[in-house]
Design a protein around this ligand. Structure first.
Ligand code: UFG
Length: 330
């Protein structure tokens, strides 16, 4: 079975992909500096605790493990932080990706799967957004993802022995339905996680950032996708590349969205808790609508999402949230 090197495999999305790879018989090696990831989240294969800036360790890993493909999740992901500290984002997300690509080149590794983001589109002109919409990021985080996509395009054009798939995630949420892993970041900025922490009493109130958007209820609409469906998309993208598929870029979303108010109501329903919600100012840089056109990944890769159900997404995240404290003490 193929050997897969997973950077960021101890993080939220990476750990779900490692689980799926392991369950499907792949040989997995996780490379993670554990800055936001956790050792316990790596359910299959070994973990190398190292940074992508450490080229010597990276070369050693390529030399010894000899991967057939690389999946690259390791990145900084907090949009407001990227606005305050762009150099950190360019170094970690762009420079470190170049280190990884150079190691692949040196050791002749051909296949690469990249964690991109709907943030590359910025404020889209048309909804749903298709992959050929212009890349117009509106924050440094999105810029770093768009920059890496351009690097990948140029690299693939420059040689025959490098192919990649870039997956542009929409709003990833939920947790492993078996409850072994889930979101465990030090900071909670995402809507569903914050709402669950308010429901639990860990945060006093939930703020709705803006109620005057041009949407039916005035709050922003997002395409929330279950993390296990994202993980599945990686698996089929990997099979596609290993079968000799051409380099390509795919949206990962369900193709329909929910408003902030709808998400809040669903969190109340699923948790059975009442909590304090207040209307607040708009958060800078939030597009009113972000919904994927997912026809390309469905047609070309035969991706069949299993968990397109907001209540299920929130239920798995809630079950996980209730286990998390204990896990963090392990
Ligand atoms: N929101 C609130 N209150 C909160 C948190 C969020 O009202 O406490 C709102 C936001 O303003 C936004 C929506 O809920 O309208 C979703 O916000 P998230 O922070 O959960 O997610 P984003 O859509 O801002 O961003 C996410 C990822 C990015 C990625 C983007 C692409 O965090 O990395 O999706 O779709 F780029």
């Amino acid at each position: 079975m193929a050997k897969i090197l997973v950077t960021g495999g101890a993080g939220y999305i990476g750990s779900h992909v490692v689980k799926l790879l392991g369950e499907n018989g792949y040989e997995v090696l996780t490379y993670d500096n554990l800055s936001t990831g956790h050792k316990w989240a790596v359910l299959y294969g070994d973990l190398i605790k190292a940074d992508l800036a450490d080229k010597e360790t990276l070369r050693k890993v390529f030399k010894e493990f000899k991967p057939d493909a690389v999946m690259h999740f390791a990145a900084s992901i907090v949009v407001p932080e990227s606005v305050k500290n762009p150099l950190k984002y360019y170094r970690n997300n762009v420079v470190n990706t170049i280190n990884l690509l150079e190691a692949m080149e040196e050791f002749g590794v051909k296949n690469f799967i990249f964690s991109s983001s709907a943030a590359v589109y910025g404020i889209p002109e048309k909804i749903p957004i298709s992959e050929n919409a212009p890349l117009n990021p509106i924050n440094p985080y999105g810029e770093t993802k768009a920059t890496v996509e351009r690097i990948l395009r140029d690299l693939a054009n420059s040689r025959d022995n490098f192919r990649y798939v870039s997956l542009r995630y929409f709003n990833v949420a939920g947790a492993d339905p078996e409850g072994k892993i889930g979101f465990a970041y030090p900071e909670a900025t995402h809507l569903i996680i914050r709402a669950l922490k308010v429901a639990k009493g860990e945060i006093e109130k939930l703020e709705i950032y803006g109620t005057d958007y041009p949407t039916p209820d005035g709050t922003c609409i997002r395409d929330y996708i279950h993390v296990m469906d994202i993980a599945e998309a990686h698996l089929i993208a990997l099979e596609y590349l290993l079968d000799g598929g051409e380099s390509d870029v795919f949206n990962c979303g369900y193709g329909h969205g929910f408003s902030v108010k709808e998400v809040v109501e669903t969190v109340k329903k699923v948790t059975g808790r009442k909590f304090k919600v207040i209307e607040a100012e708009r958060r800078p840089g939030d597009p009113p609508f972000l919904v994927a056109d997912n026809s390309k990944i469905k047609e070309k890769l035969q991706w069949k999402p299993k968990y397109d159900d907001l209540e299920f997404i929130i239920k798995t995240a809630w079950d996980w949230e209730n286990k998390l404290k204990k896990k963090l003490l392990d």
